[in-house]
Design a protein. Sequence first.
Lengths: 585, 543, 436, 145
Amino acid sequence: MAELQIEKPRIGVFVCHCGINIGGVVNVPQVVKYAQTLPDVAYAEGNIYTCSAEGIDSIKRAIKEHSLNRVVVASCTPRTHEPLFRGACVDAGVNPYLFELANIREQCSWVHMREPTKATEKAKDIVRMAAARASFLMPQQESEVPVETTALVIGGGISGITSALCLANQGFKVYLIEKEPELGGMLRKIYKLYPTDEDASKVLHASVEAVMSHKNISVLTSTTTKAVNGYIGNFEVTVLKNAQEHKFKAGTVIIATGAVEFRPTNMYGYDKYDRVLTQVDLEQVLKSGKAAVDKFFKPQTVAMIQCVGAREEKPPRSYCSRLCCMVAVKNAMLLREWYPSSEVYIIYQDMQTYGKDYEDHHRKAREAGIRFINYTKENPPQVAPLPNDRLKLTVYHALLGEKRELNCDLIVLSTPLVQQEGAKELSKILKVPLGQDEFFLEAHVKLRPVDFATDGIYVCGTAHGPKDIGEAISQAYAVSSRAAGPMANRKVRTEAITAVVDKERCIGCRMCENLCPFGAHRVEEGKSTVIEALCKGCGVCAAACMRRAISMKHFTDDQIMAEIKTAFIMEAPKPPASSNLEGGT
Amino acid sequence: MSQYEPRIVGFLCNWCGYAGADLAGTSRLSYPTNIRIIRVMCSGRVEPAFVLNAFENGADGVLVAGCHPGDCHYRSGNQHAEKRIEKTKKLLDVVGIGSDRLRLEWVSAAEGEKFASVIKDFTEKLRVKGPSWLGKEPSGASAKQSVKEPIHDILKRTKALYCQECGKCSSSCPVTRLDPLYSPRLAVEKALIGLEDDVLTDKGLWSCLTCYLCRQRCPLDIEYDELIRTCRAKAAASGIVGNCSHEGVLFSLSRLMAHPETRQNRLEWVPKEAEIAKTGEVLYFTGCLPYFNVVFDDINVSNVEIAQSMLKILNAAGIKPVLLENERCCGHDLSFAGDRQNFEKLAKMNMAAIMETHASTVVTTCPECYRTLKTDYPELLGQPKFEVLHASEFLSSLIDGGKIKFPGKLGMKVSYQDPCRLGRHMGVYDSPRKVITSIPGVELVEMNRNRESSLCCGVSAWMGCGRHSKQMQMERLAEAKGTAADLLVTACPKCQIHLNCALSEKLPVSKEEVAIQTCDLSVLVARALNLTQSSDKMEMIKK
Amino acid sequence: MSEKPSVLVIGGGIAGIQASLDLAGRGFQVYVLEETPTIGGRMAQLDKTFPTMDCSICILAPKMMECFRHPNIKLLTYSELKEIKGSVGNFRVKILQKPRYVDGTKCTGCGTCAEHCPVEVPNEFDMELGMRKAIYMPMPQAVPRCMTLDKENCIDCKLCTKMCRAGAVDFQQEPQDVNLKVGAIIIATGFNQYDPSEIVEYGYKKNKNVLTALEFERWVCASGPVAGHLLRPADGGIPKRIAFIQCVGSRGTKFGAPFCSSVCCMYATKEALIIREHAPDVQVHIFYNELRAFGKGFHEFVNRARTEYGVNYIRSRPGEIKEDPRTKSLTIWYDDTFTREIKSLNDVDLVVLCPALLPRESNRKLAGIMGIELDECGFFKVVHPLLAPVDTTVPGIYVCGYCQSPKDIPDSVAQASAAAARAAEALTLVQVQRTE
Amino acid sequence: MADQFEPRILGFLCNWCSYAGADLAGVSRISYPTNIRIIRTMCSGRVDPLHVLEALRQGIDGVLVTGCHIGDCHYITGNQACEKRVKFLKDTLDQIGIDSRRLRLEWVSASEGGKFARVVKEFIEEIRQLGPSPLRKEILESASQ
């Protein structure tokens, strides 16, 4: 390794066309040609897809043939492709940290599609910056961190219960914490499940039993999360149960905190009239049994209004809540079953009965004579009081072009699921983000649906967004798989980007210690020391150190300065540019 | 018999006949009390339907009296009357009532005496002839049998409950495209949210052609044709009827045929040399061709030619087909017009008559008879032992079996109009095409809209013929003309009637754009077999 | 019993890949069975993915490579399942590896053979819009990177053998039986697209400017048959007006499938955005029935398409598409259901049909081999749709992705991890029982 | 000369929010001018005043620093440290005669591709108004002539 540092940099540059994603805007051959003229660049070539097996082979071949010791790939964002190219370097015997990505797609070709000439110039600059930085790159060693084989599952609804059980069955220890005195979450409020028509309480009961009796699961109810410190494999968890702190270690953390139903205050007379309920209100009424409802009243005409407080113009509730249409269909059918002479209307915008079972159910509801009336956002239904507790619902049937007045004795509002109140706090404790919709934001919408950017923390169920029980349970199993990975291996590799203190320069001023939010700096015997496992590599300390004693691995001052100096070719626009790249120094 | 008093309905023209009758009165001339008089402004006003309706309602005789030729207050009204009465007499002969029960007389304002004697004479003749069988049981103008099925059940049975309100039906419907007031989607949607009355009283209910295009395309297979048929029956039960074309004369005839006592003379068209049987394997169900021949004698179609051609082909193939002497209307039109009662009567009688012949195969040249016999009768009466084939299917099998062989080449391009009932309703698209293309020298050129997407000829069940029908017919004819075909072949007598009717009227466009010779499939085949003489036009096409 | 516990994953699409990576990542031995010459599945054919508009192959290719490079994963591409015996913890599997007639250990995937091959046939990967040779690689990012010789179309000229410097072409190759012992099985066979040609009024296959959605994905994909240029298929002209039609053969009882394919509204929106980006002056119309944008960020995505990108959404299932035989342009007749007007959209250059996505026909055969059940639509039946969403009717056999029920990529990925978790759970329990 | 002036902008983007936001701008094809060059740092807190000063010394016309929104920092408080430093730097710049508007701090999250593009556009326009940096090589050279 030491030899590498002395060795003169020999950089290989690989410029990707990415089909036409880059090549359609940026003149790739020009960039390649230009790269060949850069200092320390020993080799440059263009590839149709550098990420293809062919591209990877080409990198490996070039490393061998041209004795390269630094690699720059000019293609897309390092956020997705760095691991792949680093892997190629490793295969060819080059330390992965001697690799640099020049992002000429997301931050060049895709944002300058109509300015090909300028984009090409910019791409050259970006490649130049990357090559300059590459000259200063140093090999780094990744280290392994042991992983505690215990999982913390936050939230004791059906998602949390399912993932706890799945992990426990695989032999991992699980702490399942629930803020309420009882497990069960939203399911406790629900009457029947769709599309299987089972009693929610029965289903729940069986799962709760299994959790309570499992030897690998510790259930803590009436418990909240107070602090989670540490990192994957080594989380130090502090929870509060009855104002008493409990501490334990966990290797992974699963968020399964669920969601709550939106209360439609000031909408459709929800606060004004007793006969306006939400779907969850209705579930609870139904749960009391038919006889009890009979005493209350026998519905003749019921209207259910969809998308109340959902699909709004602006966030946070600009989303479709996914399951309300099916809930309405389910409850409408139930009411028709109990009161066959009643008329039940579902007043909807777009029936979201996707997939197979729901579409089947939707068809059955139509067959059963549930009446569907389409309304548009511009023409929402109006509620007005009538004598005898009845309500007049005026609705414009958008597809028929006719106004209808329904004399209702019950109006049910289908409102969306929204995030729990405590989610913001939890997101801060765990340092994981919430999205615009206030639900937890996963690492990648498409391919990492239950992961966070932060390793070792996962999300499932409605904490991630509205979904039905089957989908929540699928996710609950999914997080179990994701969390089981590092725990089964009992170790993870961590990145090598940490702070290093130059003991010679350090005067022990404690600036870094005070600044570091992770407690990674400890001043002992007048000098600062970095605890690598705690250091997250942000570099706040390095920027603050008056003595310039702190260096950030892989983001050293030299490396950043090299980029600053090569960002633009610094000479007058006239006369024409010379090829002096070092202009400015 | 001694109590029998003939009931006579008299249509008198205002200027001569009625004045003559008045004169008889002022002159105190007595005549029998058997006549009831209806005043019309001109004898030319009297339609065949009036006459048939009078008989349907129990009249034993109908008298029409107008001015003498040359004296008509409206110049030539009485000449029209003469032609119409002639036509009506023919219909009365075929349907078995007999032309002698209808009498046309010229009675001037001065001929009070003549009027009285005509009445006396007609009454006596009718007394001798005896009562019309219809007098015993008037069939009535509309069926009053109520449809008990609730609208929800109808919607369920026809799958309309599944409607996704997507608009595929309405954007396919040839009527909606021309007449935005009618939309299959809106009709279903109204029914779905409980506006039943709106559906039944909507004029649109009668605009539907039941052409099946919407059902063909509906992803949920909503049986729109059936829904319309049932709703019409429901509407009819509450006294709402559609607008019948030809003043309902064809419905009258169908209802007359529904009378059990009816004895028709419907085999007049059968050529002497033809071989037919009373019982046998193959039965040829002619349909209403003998009636159409009379009603539509003025629009350049010869309907019995279809039957004659078919008969000749069958004979040429060595088949001696059974023809029913008292075959009745299949009831298709009544059924689609909401008259369930008479439809059921017809179905039962036809079925019984067919069973008596021991036929195992029933061939029809009419797609409506085909649909009715093949699906509607079995639905009502159970699956019979015989098989029903459309002429195209039967001819196709004759060709396959080598039973008929075409002697020479015809040398022409033809296009083919898919009848709704044969195509979309029954799924028969290939056989007629196969028959056409197996005639040597005949090239089939398809219109843009063909097979499943074919355009209807514009009218069905003799209802609601109007501006939009004519527009559709023009569109279709132009499409046919656009193929550069010499001949437009149809496999449905009604398609031919409707398209020819459009051509026989004043055209809204130049003749070159639309005028095309039409021809029934059986007629084409018979000519290709040299079994009938080609008309002059066919000769021209050949050249 | 010191052997690593192992799992067979049937299907090398994104669901199969995710399940494999999860299991391999925790030390299980994984065998991936794939019937085509490459893993990647449907996602590899897509141009972009909604709602992030990530380039599909860009985010998938690293995962495919990871599978290929993973020491715990063995890919069995171009293979068929023949037989399964045994039960959870101890399945004995017989697989037939079809001959590629190319030696995978020698082939570098350079493609010289294909350059010289004289036989051109429609490329299945490009939905047969583009051509490939008789010796071919379905796509540039194919994994494994090995050519395949399609014997059905080969004319035996042996030019490939002559041209191959690595000497990889091997006409003597025979089908090979592979016998495996696995503890659990995960099925992830994905979907097939319904062929809408029986819906005659839309003129698919008759009118050249009518494409299906998957065809369109290939059509606009940079690595597709026309290198991502937005063109009229009939004549290569520049389109000005493009329309999408939803629910072609889905949500119906007559043609195709009774269910909703769950993804079409979204991918049509995505494709509309791709078009507007490619060519901002092209009008895009989407005919929909019920706009199903129920996933995370989906409704917002549709709103953006509507307001920022000017995509025109029309609530209607069009009645028919008519082609002008001269210009090949299309007219769409539809009922604008909100205004109740029957209208025609004229001069449409390209119509994209969004057909039902059906479970694969071959599921029936697989189900027979494994003794598990399918539902009436051909999806693999699960024990309980809510509580056991990935457990088939046989213990130890799990299912994930579209072949279980219609779903999009994130749901498939989540379910794939779920199936992996269930497989791991089952294998752990089996091990515990054995040691006890 | 003035209308031909194309500002040279250097952007320091934190890895977790702003760099991802810039990626999202790309993925969403939201165009902005080509004048910016980007340096990725793990956190906006890594941006050392010296880095900014060096950039300006190089003759760069404007420096944009972007990080996660306050409260969203992947490193909890890195962006707060950054905020303080930028404030301090701005004061310094004014004192040494460089318009402090040449340094700009913005919060851009991973989901704000549109905002990133807008910020870049606005900043470029602002710098265009301010004119070339007085430290530009050619200006210094012409001044010394």
